[in-house]
Design a protein around this ligand. Structure first.
Ligand code: HEM
Length: 145
């Protein structure tokens, strides 16, 4: 027998309440951060529903019970985001809110490091367009014929 601790999942570290706190802090950050104003404007005025849905999603995603799957029958995030134009700028606004939320709930540096790359990857899967087209650099479409 050794005293070595098994690595914990983010779910084990945060627990159900910690994940709810994170989802609430995330949308509070979206309300408060001027840099997130564009993605805030995509959302409904009342954020209560989406706070609950994000907490449900993150519970399964962080290694806990698949609450979102039980409600929606899928964990695919493509469809709920389809109506919105989400490029690298919107993805980065979302990630900035998550950084702020992790600070607000006083997450440890270890947890922040553990989540950094996976959060980038999940936000990248939600991205549904590229918005890096050059400005004032000629027409977007060249008509032929
Ligand atoms: C990448 C940038 C993202 C943007 C701009 C974005 C934006 C949105 C918007 C506008 C909605 C609809 C909210 C409403 O109905 O008022 C939504 C819903 C949602 N988003 Fe995102 N989102 C992003 C990334 C993510 C990521 C990475 C996750 C999960 C880790 C996520 C989880 C959810 C969930 C669970 C819902 C609710 C979906 C449902 O009702 O089933 N989003 N998001």
């Amino acid at each position: 027998m050794t005293d070595r601790k098994e690595p914990q999942t983010p779910y084990e570290i945060l627990g159900d309440q910690g994940i709810k706190d994170l989802a609430n802090a995330f949308y509070d950050a979206m309300e408060e951060l001027p840099l997130a104003s564009e993605i805030r404007a995509m959302h409904a005025d009342n954020l209560d529903h989406v706070k609950r849905m994000l907490a449900a999603y993150l519970t399964g995603w962080m290694g806990g019970p698949p609450v979102y799957l039980a409600v929606k029958g899928t964990i695919c995030l493509t469809e709920p985001h389809e109506p919105f134009r989400i490029g690298p700028k919107e993805r980065d606004q979302w990630l900035a809110c998550m950084d702020e939320a992790l600070i607000k709930i006083e997450a440890t540096e270890e947890l922040k490091q553990m989540l950094k790359d996976p959060l980038f990857r999940v936000a990248e899967t939600v991205r549904n367009c590229e918005d890096s087209k050059p400005k004032n650099d000629g027409p977007d479409i060249i008509a032929i014929g």
